[in-house]
Design a binder for this molecule. Structure first.
Ligand code: NAP
Length: 250
């Protein structure tokens, strides 16, 4: 069912992984989709494969966000759906994590989300839907994940406050919190192939459904939150983790 026809949607980090799958899903539902990212080649690939519009933007750079807003406004007018998906993950133990580690994660995952939403406000239609991509890590005490987990927990706080502040414009704000999803993210963690595989095997066992998610399973949740089917849902978090966070210790 094409239930997003005549909607304009922005997916940050729409040139890879969960963002790419979501751009495909929203587009299939009839939305006009704009994807952002820093990498020109993968943006061009998304444009060609998905028939979407790619706009190069670095979500950590406020001038770059201004330019994104200007381009979207002049090419599309107002926006109905925003998926704040661009994000980064890296892991380090508390006793040796560097300032660079802290800043690089917080800059994309928190500052980028905050100012992208702020700067898009003037071009959002009343009744728009904002979806924030967080992570089950916000709820877990996974070793070495402190900065990443805190960045996603911060986004869960933004979710609630944004929902309250934007309710007068009937703008709904919700979060999706994926568990492990098969995406290129794991190749960017700086871990050896065997370490990624070991990590995957342990996690796979903990997940009730015994597998990682596919990116399109997250995309379908985002598409639901973006649509009128979720018209009474705001300030909520949907956990999409195959039962990872409810699995019993024994
Ligand atoms: N994969 C998982 O298991 C998992 C689980 C829970 C939550 N998540 C969250 O899902 C989101 C997407 O991750 P993914 O797994 O799909 O990883 P991915 O394939 O590595 O995608 C990350 C995306 O973010 C973009 N990005 C990163 N920094 C950016 C910046 N400064 N400005 C603009 N775009 C930027 C990347 O594009 P460029 O490199 O071109 O900039 C890329 O499109 C992240 O927020 C992540 O924390 C992932």
């Amino acid at each position: 069912m094409k239930n997003l026809e005549n909607k304009v949607a922005i997916v940050t980090g729409g040139n890879s992984g969960i963002g790419f799958a979501t751009a495909a899903e929203l587009s299939a539902k009839g939305a006009k989709v704009i994807v952002t990212g820093r990498n020109k080649e993968s943006l061009a690939q998304a444009e060609a494969e998905l028939q979407v519009t790619g706009i190069q933007a670095d979500q950590t750079d406020l001038k770059s966000i201004d330019s994104l807003v200007e381009k979207v406004s002049s090419q599309f007018g107002k926006v109905d759906i925003v998926f704040l998906n661009a994000g980064t993950a890296a892991f380090a133990p508390l006793d040796s994590a560097s300032e660079e580690h802290f800043d690089s994660i917080m800059n994309v995952n928190v500052k980028g989300v905050y100012f992208t939403v702020q700067k898009l406000l003037p071009i959002l239609n009343d009744g728009a839907s904002i979806i924030l991509n967080t992570s089950v890590n916000a709820h877990l005490g996974m070793p070495n994940s402190s900065v990443y987990a805190a960045s996603k927990a911060a986004v869960l706080s933004l979710n609630k406050v944004f929902a309250v502040e934007l309710a007068s414009r009937k703008i709904r704000v919700n979060a999706v919190s994926p568990g492990p999803v098969e995406t290129p993210l794991y190749g960017k963690l700086g871990l050896a192939k065997e370490e990624v595989e070991g990590f995957g095997a342990v996690l796979g066992e903990k997940i009730l459904l015994k597998r990682f998610a596919q990116a399109n399973e997250i995309a379908k949740t985002v598409s639901f939150l973006a649509s009128d089917d979720a018209s009474f849902i705001t300030g909520a978090e949907i956990v999409v983790d195959g039962g990872l966070t409810v699995n019993a210790v024994v």
